[in-house]
Design a protein around this ligand. Structure first.
Ligand SMILES: [Zn+2]
Length: 398
């Protein structure tokens, strides 16, 4: 995603707001439908059925027909994705959208000629039913751009974000499989023994961030000073996030180039985040530790790495059930919670094998994907069947 500041004329702004209104209307209609259907017990209409209903609604209402069908259909598509995220337990249930709050719409099937550069700092994007809208050409345009999203923030500033799916990287053809484990001590560990870290705030940045956060606490609500402090915070955060995204791009490209198959854990970040608050089986236990761990996980941008890997190495990413991968000895396959000496060290209680804990887990992830059943011997920490070779299908998440 590359975001640019959009500079619409007043007339264009009115037209953009109309698109936002249509997208919001369609989205809220979908939300209402799903709430209604939930009470009824039967399953709610899916994307295809909603599109059919949209066609009917457009035939009936002239004001809706006057808007862009792309904007309206994409709002339905966004809603379908939001529901999928909700069922996948990575996001909350989609809710009502209000005027003036996070407004926006998406345009797809964008052609190369729909964006042009006027000068060094000025570009133009063609918006259906609005025309050419200028934006500040503040960074390079991503290659292979297929869609964009236009948003208006609470301060009334317009942005356009172009989305590009990177071209797949050809496999090296070596037959090599790599396991990637989301680390506790490092951001990610590879089964090759490499440890990857994702940059966060530099020392001086951390100090500055803490300072502006204290300023924010003192700044009065609604004051000009508060707005300024908030902007300073946003700038610091944006710089950190740019750096993190950059590292994820480089890492995913590197992995796609070097290995034929990339095995990653299928952990649901959201689930782990929730459990820290104590809504799962063990309410509120180890909240402090977990909160720190969750922050680290989210900071490491694991989800983004997985998505980029799918883009760059389509069909070559294997997600693996993470069960026992951190407690299984990669040398003798013995499972014991006690083998995890510390966060950093794995020391097998059965054979004495010693390794970096995250690297040991990454090797188990690799072996599971390669078809060797992990968790074959030893007692199951969860009291499941003992000494049984688990089905490969059960270990593979999909
Ligand atoms: Zn062992």
């Amino acid at each position: 995603m590359s975001r640019y500041r959009l500079q619409p004329t007043p007339a264009q702004e009115a037209a953009l707001l109309e698109h936002c209104g249509h997208a919001r209307f369609v989205w809220n209609l979908a939300v209402e439908q799903h709430q209604h259907w939930k009470a009824g017990g039967a399953s709610a209409p899916g994307f295809a059925e909603q599109c059919r209903q949209l066609t009917e609604a457009r035939a009936e209402f002239a004001w809706l027909r006057a808007g862009s069908i792309i904007v309206q259909q994409q709002a339905l598509k966004d809603f379908a994705q939001a529901m999928a995220n909700f069922f996948g337990k990575t996001h909350r249930r989609p809710s009502w959208r209000k005027r003036g709050r996070g407004e926006g719409f998406r345009i797809v099937a964008v052609k190369a000629g729909d964006v042009r550069r006027l000068s060094r700092n000025v570009g133009e994007v063609k918006v259906p039913k609005v025309g050419w809208v200028r934006f500040r050409w503040s960074r390079n345009m991503p290659e292979g751009m297929k869609s964009y999203r236009i948003t208006c923030d609470r301060a009334g500033r317009w942005h356009v974000a172009f989305a590009a799916i990177p071209k797949p990287i050809p496999a090296p053809g070596t037959g090599e499989v790599v396991g990637v484990d989301r680390g506790v001590c490092v951001s990610a560990a590879l089964s090759t023994g490499e440890l990857l870290s994702v940059p966060t705030y530099h020392g001086t940045e951390k100090v500055r961030l803490l300072r502006v956060l204290r300023k924010l606490a003192r700044a009065q609500r609604g004051s000009k000073r508060r707005v300024k402090v908030k902007q300073a915070i946003a700038r610091l955060k944006a710089r950190e996030s740019d750096r993190r995204k950059d590292r994820i791009e480089k890492t995913s490209t590197d992995l796609a180039r070097r290995f034929d198959m990339i095995a990653i854990e299928d952990l649901q970040i959201r689930n782990m985040t929730r459990s820290a608050k104590g809504t799962l089986a063990e309410p509120g236990r180890n909240v402090r530790q977990k909160a720190g761990l969750n922050r680290a996980i989210l900071a490491a941008g694991w989800g983004r790495l997985a998505v980029r890997l799918e883009h760059k190495a389509p069909g070559r990413v294997q997600t693996v059930n993470p069960r026992y991968t951190s407690q299984t000895c990669n040398a003798c396959k013995h499972i014991a919670r006690e083998s995890r000496e510390s966060q950093a060290l794995f020391l097998c209680v059965a054979c004495g094998h010693q390794d970096n804990a995250d690297v040991n887990a990454a090797k188990n992830v690799r072996d599971t994907a390669a078809g060797h059943a992990v968790a074959a011997r030893g007692s199951s920490p969860l009291g499941g069947p003992v000494n049984r070779e688990p089905q490969r299908d059960l270990l593979l998440a999909r």
